[in-house]
Design a protein around this ligand. Structure first.
Ligand SMILES: *Cc1c(COP(=O)(O)O)cnc(C)c1O
Length: 376
């Protein structure tokens, strides 16, 4: 085995799609000519139309970010009391619940999908429970049928956090068409972005109308304010960037798929390293490539591997770490006890996201895999 040289430049875990600057400039000219920078402008209207079609959602609205969208969704659904969710997610998921006056109740995850385990949900339901907020982790859909059955049996709402799920479909159905509301994030670290932004896909026009009111202070008209809304509007500049990013996202996903196949080919059979395969019937978006490091078999831990990669200028990320239930603001909750969340605790210790973005080359992936092979 020859000596491996570090990468000359830092290789980060992700890079955003960047539209051509002259295209951005042309859009800015349009906005300047219109004189309207925000407040439900033409660019936002156009983006919402394009995204409704692309995400196959009949009722869709765009918001200033995914977190604000989640909070508005909680309000639009009139959620109260306790909400069952997963600890293996980004901080925004439980935080949005607390900001909406709700109490998160953490449920363990499944070992293979990293998604909430439907078999563990019902034991957490109390008379105070109003909803389930599952996360389609790394773009892999949850057990949607099982969650739907539990919700129907107990009269609970379902609000999906599909922050990672742009363009994902399950047996031909776009992922935004499940549950009462589905949230997408368009943050620059996601496969599709509007720099900052997000969307909600609603089961009904009525819910959508309520959320649209809530994103603009609850103002119905010059003379009427109907709700205690907030400000979660997307401005025209970001909407314009979103329109341009949409033109590039298919190529981005196609290239990420090739790189994912390359990673899988090169890491296949490496002792102590496992990864997720495609799920049959699912149209994936290849937003992340994560590996799971089993220290006993691989020789070193996930954290140690992350440090080794850093020495080669590769900035892999611990996703999701720390586990939300271990944050100081949640660790006192009864449902946050580590012994109740064994699979989530293990996942948070073992999973590492490797660099994945379209301008990464095959030889970059090959070199990252060689480093991983060498240290084992
Ligand atoms: C990114 C993300 C969010 C928050 O979205 P923002 O648009 O950054 O507010 C919520 N949940 C998950 C799982 C995420 O990854």
């Amino acid at each position: 085995m020859g000596n491996i040289k570090p990468f000359p430049h830092p290789v980060y875990v992700s890079r955003p799609i960047l539209p051509e600057l002259d295209e951005v400039s042309a859009k800015l000219h349009e906005i300047w000519d219109s004189g309207q920078l925000t407040n439900n402008g033409a660019m936002l209207g156009k983006l919402e139309g394009l995204l409704s079609r692309r995400l196959g959602s009949r009722h869709l609205s765009v918001f200033s970010n995914g977190t604000a969208a989640l909070q508005i969704a909680c309000r639009a659904l009139n959620l109260t009391g306790e909400v069952i969710t997963t600890p293996f997610t980004f901080a925004a998921t439980p935080h949005s619940l607390v900001w909406s006056g709700l109490r998160p109740v953490f449920c363990d995850i499944k070992r293979d999908s990293y998604n909430i385990d439907p078999d563990r949900i019902e034991e957490l339901i109390t008379p105070e429970t109003s909803a389930i907020v599952p996360v389609h982790v790394f773009g892999h859909p949850c057990d949607i049928d099982a969650i739907g059955r539990i919700a129907a049996r107990h009269g609970l709402k379902v609000l999906y956090d599909a922050a990672h799920c742009f363009g994902v479909e399950v047996n031909g159905t776009p992922v935004g068409n499940f549950g009462d509301i589905t949230m997408f994030s368009f943050h620059a670290t996601k496969v599709y972005h509007t720099i900052e932004g997000g969307a909600l896909s609603f089961a009904s026009e009525e819910l959508k109308n309520k959320a649209v009111l809530l994103r603009n202070f609850g103002i119905k008209s010059e003379d009427e304010v109907l709700e205690t809304g907030t400000n979660a509007k997307l401005n025209e500049l970001q909407a314009a960037v979103g329109i341009l990013v949409l033109e590039k996202v298919e190529d981005e996903i196609a290239r990420r798929k090739e790189l994912t196949c390359e990673y899988r080919k090169l890491l296949d059979g490496m002792p102590g390293i496992t990864f997720q395969e495609d799920v049959s019937g699912v149209r994936h978006n290849y937003s992340y490539f994560t590996i799971r490091v089993d220290k006993d078999e691989y020789g070193i831990s996930r954290d140690e591997l992350q440090l080794v990669l850093k020495q080669y200028n590769v900035y892999a990320r611990k996703y999701f770490y720390p586990l939300c239930s271990s944050f100081a603001c949640y660790s006192e909750l009864p449902s946050a006890e580590a012994c109740r969340l064994p699979e989530a605790v293990k996942a948070a210790e073992q999973i590492l996201a490797l660099p994945l973005y379209s301008s990464l080359s095959d030889s970059d992936v090959e070199k990252i895999c060689r480093i991983i092979r060498k240290v084992s």
